[in-house]
Design a protein around this ligand. Structure first.
Ligand SMILES: *Cc1c(COP(=O)(O)O)cnc(C)c1O
Length: 362
């Protein structure tokens, strides 16, 4: 019996990919697997997303780990490469590079390659993080077109800054700017992350780049995955390791951050920030034991959390499973109790947690 486990439901993953294809039926899917597939396990997730048209990662090491794991699908490096010496590695491994600055373009033009590499030219339409300026786009595009080191089809992409908020007009502006820039070019385009896919159908284009929604989590403000027909892939679980009576007005845990004005019962559960559970989760952040919701109380420790089970001690026992997030408790909800976003919670699950993959029925 593992004290801290992440159950990864691969049938939910397959369901979410189907769901994404229904939302954007005409777009090809570039499944985003960066950061260990958002904490779900890079290679296993890739193995179970074979119906995606390509994969995307942030770092060359992540792409090499996919190849080492036997994954042969096209892989896009979302930040391209950083060193001229990376370019032959891209060619040898069939990696596609996002090109977003002059240094990359120059290195690519100067490289001595036996064959061309595939590229995605990224334009900054308002995120102001990566991408060439709109007025630079044509010059970059023509230099790529004229380089023998670059495959002729040059895909065009951009990234949204506020797509999680359907009331924010910034996304409409970004879509319009991008449309104006790519209008005269017969190339494939890619704009939408998960929030674009769900909230902005006009952004679907030739390709989409879902990350978070693949894992069954909503990227939209004030929403949970269930509202979009998605199923959570990760269930983070632990066990009750002690049940204690707490007298009235006795502070609990480090800093004595919480006390009850009446006697109550605490369940101590074997998970903490050492497993990636957020230390900033407030009193009242929900957990589920035996189908019932209870709130955590006091500070989250490295290895343990105290849960106020009130009058329910009769049906809760040492060894009972505790769901910290998962199909019955959206990670979106836990994130909002910890003043963070679900992305961070998923990525932060630590190697101490044992991963158990639940395979889809054939
Ligand atoms: C991470 C990332 C994505 C995926 O974003 P989600 O919100 O997880 O869908 C898409 N595009 C780029 C450039 C990214 O860095």
């Amino acid at each position: 019996m593992k004290l801290a486990a992440a159950e990864i439901d691969l049938s939910a993953l397959a369901h979410n990919l189907c769901c994404i294809k229904q939302i954007a039926p005409n777009a090809k899917v570039m499944a985003v697997l960066k950061a260990n597939a958002y904490g779900h396990g890079l290679v296993t997730i890739a193995q179970h997303l074979q119906k995606a048209d390509a994969f995307a990662v942030a770092r060359i090491d992540e792409a090499l780990a996919l190849r080492a794991g036997g994954i042969t699908n096209p892989i896009v490096l979302l930040e391209g490469f950083f060193n001229a010496s990376d370019i032959p590695i891209l060619l040898a491994n069939n990696f596609q590079a996002v090109i977003h600055n002059e240094e990359q373009l120059y290195a690519l033009e100067q490289a001595k390659l036996d064959a061309p590499i595939a590229t995605w030219l990224k334009v900054d339409t308002g995120m102001h993080r990566l991408g060439v300026e709109p007025q630079q786009l044509n010059a970059f595009y023509h230099r790529l077109k004229n380089s023998n080191n670059v495959k002729q089809q040059i895909n065009l992409m951009t990234h949204f800054s506020c797509a999680d908020d359907t009331k924010n007009t910034k996304t409409t502006e970004q879509i319009a700017t991008f449309a104006r820039l790519v209008d005269n070019k017969q190339e494939q385009v890619c704009l939408a992350n998960s929030a674009g896919i769900i909230g902005w159908p006009k952004s679907h284009g030739d390709w989409i780049r879902p990350g978070l929604m693949l894992y069954g989590v909503s990227p939209m403000q004030h929403q949970i995955a269930h509202n979009h027909g998605l199923r959570p892939v990760m269930k983070l679980i632990t066990r009750v390791i002690a049940i204690r009576r707490l007298p009235a007005n006795k502070p609990v845990g480090y800093g004595g951050r919480w006390q009850s004005n009446k006697e109550t019962i605490l369940a101590v559960v074997a998970m903490g920030y050492g497993d990636g559970y957020p230390r900033h989760a407030k009193n009242g952040t929900p957990v589920i034991i035996k189908g019932q919701r209870f709130g955590i109380v006091g500070s989250v420790s490295m290895d343990m959390i105290t849960v106020d089970i009130g009058d329910n001690q009769a049906n809760i026992h040492i060894g009972d499973e505790v769901e910290m997030w998962g199909p019955n408790l959206p990670v979106e909800e836990v994130a909002s109790h910890a003043d963070t976003i679900p992305y961070e919670l998923l990525c932060n699950v630590t190697p101490r947690v044992s991963y158990e993959y639940l395979y889809a029925k054939q």
